[in-house]
Unconditional design. Structure first.
Length: 428
């Protein structure tokens, strides 16, 4: 029987769950893959920390980088996290020393994936990263294998469970952003420092990886990123009244032979499929030929869902296949130009909190007119007691740069009370 010796580096919730899973399911994994997986070594920042798993003394590595040099290690599972520091050092050294690597590290792959893929290909080892995007949703393997026959024109969806939970709960529980964020942290859905989830960086890393796979290109940093920090309860309520839900979506799409990557809060129709995806779930929608539209949804994070993805990658290596990390050889991947979204056209929701006095509304609409942006719908909600008014405008499709000009011009007006809001609308 062939065997594969594994080192797990990083023993947090995911590393511990994976260790236990591999030990408990050794027989079925061996039968399915015709190769015996053996967890030979482990390493963690704090070996003395109390853990629920039983680790033999001889399994501990004193220095995690030793895993890249020891002869009887075939595969390293990197679960340290972060694009720099120990994780970067470990994965680069492992591939250079002809060790297979499985990682859940989206930040590392999004930043250094092209370099790492080149080293893996040169040394004829695997670099697998299914767990780096959308946890238990098998989107990477679907793009590499299940949808290999398809020319993909667009991939989009909900790629971050934390932001989706916050927006869903604000809608359902009638709570403010800060209240729901506090709930998410208590439930373990949000980190103590949730900035990467809230400012869109987490989705940005995942989208770059998906985009590269969809368009057979190198990773590209030309991406528009906007998070959910400015979304408040008024926006959620306005969206409901107008027949929409607000979701943080990532899009990678080819429009008129131009490729765009964007991450931002989006108004989507209440009756659309994506609008129904609530809580910490993720959903990925792929438009391709000849398949048409495919949708995959599932748990986007957590130890169990991530282990599901890690085992998928480990099994692929157990079977003995050497594959290109991004489906194609480095020599065949394209250096495509990704475009800024300034010239993309969107219908949009704009909200202005203003002093309620004569001439304000006509001044706002004149700014729209000067920028050649057509108004589809206008709702004014005055608060006579406070002498203020909330003006909500839905536009017809207009160039992004024209919409941004309106914001930049109105922000200078003395009748404005708060920073204006702009949320793009998805018409699908």
């Amino acid at each position: 029987m062939r065997k594969l010796n594994i080192a797990i580096i990083g023993l947090g919730n995911i590393g511990s769950y994976l260790f236990e899973y591999l030990n408990e399911n050794k027989q079925i994994l061996t039968e399915k893959n015709n190769c015996l997986p053996i967890v030979k070594y482990v390493s963690a920042r704090n070996p003395k920390k109390k853990r629920k798993i039983k680790i033999k003394k001889k399994q501990w590595l004193k220095n995690f980088l030793d895993a890249t040099k020891i002869d009887d290690i075939d595969l390293i599972v990197e679960l340290i996290g972060g694009a720099e520091g120990p994780a970067k050092k470990l994965v680069f050294n492992a591939l250079k020393n002809k060790k297979h690597v499985v990682t859940a590290n989206k930040a590392l792959i999004a930043k250094y994936g092209d370099q790492l893929a080149k080293i893996a290909e040169k040394n004829k080892v695997n670099l697998e990263f299914e767990a780096s995007v959308c946890g238990g949703v098998p989107i990477i393997r679907s793009l590499k294998e299940g949808l290999i026959a398809n020319k993909i024109s667009k991939i989009y969806g909900i790629f971050n469970g934390t932001s989706n939970f916050i927006l869903s709960e604000m809608d359902k529980q009638n709570k403010s952003f800060s209240e729901v964020l506090h709930d998410a942290q208590k439930l373990g859905y949000a980190e103590a420092n949730p900035s990467a989830d809230l400012n869109g960086d987490d989705v940005s890393s995942k989208l770059k990886i998906l985009s590269s796979l969809c368009f057979n290109s190198f990773l590209n940093n030309n991406i528009y990123v906007e998070g959910i920090k400015d979304i408040d309860k008024t926006d959620i309520d306005n969206a409901n009244k107008l027949g929409y839900k607000i979701k943080l979506l990532g899009f990678a799409e080819q429009v008129n032979k131009k490729i765009y990557q964007r991450v931002h809060p989006t108004l989507i129709k209440k009756n659309s499929y994506v609008a129904s995806i609530d809580g910490v779930l993720n959903a990925v929608i792929i438009d391709g030929k000849p398949v048409g539209q495919s949708i995959i949804q599932g748990e986007g994070a957590g130890a169990a869902a991530t282990t599901s993805a890690l085992i998928s990658d480990i099994s692929s290596i157990l079977r003995g296949n050497i594959k290109f990390p991004f489906s194609l050889s480095n020599k065949k991947r394209k250096k495509l130009k990704f475009h800024n979204i300034e010239d993309r056209s969107f219908s949009a929701y704009l909200r202005f909190e203003v002093i309620d006095k004569p001439g304000v509304l006509s001044n706002i609409t004149s700014v729209f007119s000067k920028n050649k942006v057509s108004i589809k719908r206008l709702v004014q909600n005055p608060n006579k007691n406070k002498n203020v008014s909330s003006v909500v405008i839905i536009t017809h499709e207009s160039k992004n740069k024209s919409l941004m000009k309106i914001i930049n011009q109105i922000i200078k007006k003395d009748y404005l009370i708060k920073k204006p809001k702009l949320i793009r609308i998805n018409q699908n």
